[in-house]
Design a protein around this ligand. Sequence first.
Ligand SMILES: [Zn+2]
Length: 98
Amino acid sequence: MSLIHCPYCQSTNVRQVDSGNTQSDYFKQIQQAISPAHMAFWGMRIAKKVGAPPIAGAAVGVVIGGVLIVVSQFYFEKYYGNATHFVCQDCQQKFAWV
Ligand SMILES: [Zn+2]
């Protein structure tokens, strides 16, 4: 009955899976990459180069880091939040179907 085809073997023998884990893993990775500590350090380095007080650079870095997390979360939900995830019963490959 399914119109979904496996992109790997063209099988229609696919099963829908919960995408919740994929999403939380994604955010964990993003938040590790853009943590406030990383962004504060980055801001201090920039401030040093342009001659601004390091504490101001740190504050700017934390704000920019927060904005990046919110923006990436927004785009993730916009483009991937509605995608349905499937696993192929024939070749065991996982794929998303928007
Ligand atoms: Zn397959």
